[in-house]
Design a binder for this molecule. Structure first.
Ligand SMILES: Cc1cc2nc3c(=O)[nH]c(=O)nc-3n(C[C@H](O)[C@H](O)[C@H](O)COP(=O)(O)OP(=O)(O)OC[C@H]3O[C@@H](n4cnc5c(N)ncnc54)[C@H](O)[C@@H]3O)c2cc1C
Length: 453
């Protein structure tokens, strides 16, 4: 069976977007805005991928698959939210980062100044305690890192400034033990955050839920513009004819692609590697664990608190729960109850007398085993751009070559890049210079099995 999308104001062929994570949704939104007919095919029965909300029966609450932190400098993500109308689900605070040392109980608040010139470093009340202004100079070495360098090759990765600032920040952004991380990616993260000044560092959290911010409004936006969204519609394989994808096979159904039709593959790297065989992708993944507690935060509690010298990394205060993120691992070695009790003791130490450390409130442990690709130099060399060896196949996803670690900002950017490449390729194929359009820039896509039956 074949299907066509009856978009009213659309022109050109149909674009099939495979995967309704943030990257696929961003690509689809750009494509409908460019006047293309779009069909989004999502394997799961819910859109959002690694950025979604769901009702958790144990807690009796709607929670996110993982606590997500955005910063005010995430321009692509914020522009996407503005466009789809999801901004009201997000809460923004001042550029102030409260920290607690779980081993010593010491507390401080990091307060970058608004502008790019980092004079906050000179003020002991704004920087990490027990550090000197001069200590901050070492981080500049990251800017001179060579391709292939890890953070550990470039920085000493020790001392109070590292333990209390660079380590938590880089671990949160790169989701890997910083010494193993790609130094270039780490530099890019710092350039876009502290390097851009406090105005780019205001924390933002989807307090009304990730789906309310990024997913549901995007689906409404797409449907209102004639796009079709097919949930529970897993792409099984693609059929290649010459330099083009000729058909997409979804179980018993197939979509035959006409000469103007195209595909944006916005699936995780391990799926992309299987669909067009031979595609090199960053296949090593790193987990994240989140532990949620059904308890209202004490009044005035900061939206996000950094935690050092313990198991917990960040504590998020949602209106109906406290929620801890542990980055760089899914903590699979811990039994769930033991983990919840351990994390609750740390949380209780932070929130003080309102919580009994021995009595965790109703809890839930959520482990995402493959939360992000491993942000190592090896992965960096395996991140493809949006174009492929097939003229009508484009790639999106946080793992493609966005210049950023796996994050919402990167996912949105990748969707935009794929949509732009597709529109440009279509224009080049039909424009006055169509006969001058070059062949594929990368090869390596094996011919896929034709559909059977
Ligand atoms: C626990 C956790 C915490 C995180 N914290 C942060 C954070 O604080 N800040 C931040 O910016 N980012 C964070 N991230 C990263 C962020 O969630 C991801 O970078 C982003 O959601 C990736 O989007 P994507 O569209 O590239 O991929 P995905 O979300 O993986 O989307 C891919 C989609 O493709 C679908 N799919 C797979 N196979 C098929 C198929 N064969 N056919 C059709 N569909 C298919 C999947 O079901 C999925 O919906 C976090 C991620 C996790 C897991």
């Amino acid at each position: 069976m074949t299907h066509r999308n009856p978009g009213r104001r659309a022109s050109g062929g149909t674009v099939h977007v495979i995967g309704a994570g943030v990257a696929g949704l961003a690509a689809a939104v750009d494509l409908v805005d460019a006047g293309r007919r779009v069909v989004v095919h999502e394997a799961a029965h819910q859109a959002g991928g690694r950025c979604r909300s769901y009702h958790d029966a144990r807690l009796g609450l709607t929670i996110d698959n993982g606590n997500h932190l955005l910063l005010s400098g995430n321009r692509a993500a914020l522009a996407f939210l503005d466009r789809i109308g999801g901004g009201s689900a997000v809460t923004e605070t001042d550029a102030a980062f409260p920290f607690v040392d779980l081993a010593t109980g010491e507390r401080w608040t990091l307060r970058p100044n608004r502008g790019r010139l980092p004079w906050w470093i000179l003020d002991p009340r704004r920087r990490v305690p027990d550090t000197r202004a001069l200590d901050h100079v070492e981080i500049l070495r990251l800017l001179r890192a060579q391709p292939g360098d890890t953070v550990g090759n470039v920085l000493s990765c020790e001392g109070p400034l590292y333990e209390r600032l660079w380590k938590p920040v880089l671990l949160a952004a790169l989701n890997i033990d910083p010494p193993d991380a790609d130094a270039g990616l780490a530099a890019e993260v710092l350039r876009r955050t502290f390097g851009a000044g406090g105005d780019a560092c205001r924390p933002m959290v989807a307090t009304a839920g990730l789906s309310a911010a990024f997913v549901d409004p995007a689906l409404s936006y797409l449907r209102a513009r004639g796009a079709e969204v097919r949930l529970g519609h897993r792409l099984r394989r693609a059929v290649v004819d010459g330099r083009r994808v000729a058909a997409l096979v979804f179980g018993a159904e197939a979509a035959l692609l006409g000469p103007d039709d195209a595909v944006v593959l916005a699936v995780p790297p391990w799926v992309a590697a299987d669909l067009p065989p031979g595609l090199a992708v960053p296949m090593k993944s790193v987990g994240i664990a989140n532990v949620h507690f059904r308890v209202r935060p004490p009044p005035g509690m900061p939206l996000v608190t950094g935690l050092v010298n313990g198991v917990s990394d960040w504590l998020f205060a949602y209106p109906d729960r406290l929620s801890v993120t542990v980055s760089g691992t899914d903590l699979a070695e811990f039994e769930r109850q033991a983990l919840a009790c351990l994390i609750w003791r740390e949380v209780a130490g932070v929130v003080g007398h309102v919580a009994d450390p021995a009595e965790p409130p109703p809890w839930q442990v959520v482990r995402e085993r493959r939360a992000t690709f491993a942000a190592t130099p090896w992965s960096r060399g395996r991140r493809p751009g949006p174009r492929t060896g097939l003229a009508n196949l484009f790639l999106a996803g946080d793992w493609t070559d966005t210049g950023l670690p796996a994050c919402i900002e990167g996912a949105v950017l990748s969707g935009t890049k794929a949509a732009r490449a597709l529109v440009e390729a279509a224009a080049a194929a039909t424009g006055p210079y169509a006969d001058q359009v070059a062949g594929p820039e990368i090869g390596g896509f094996a011919r896929m099995r034709p559909p059977t039956g």
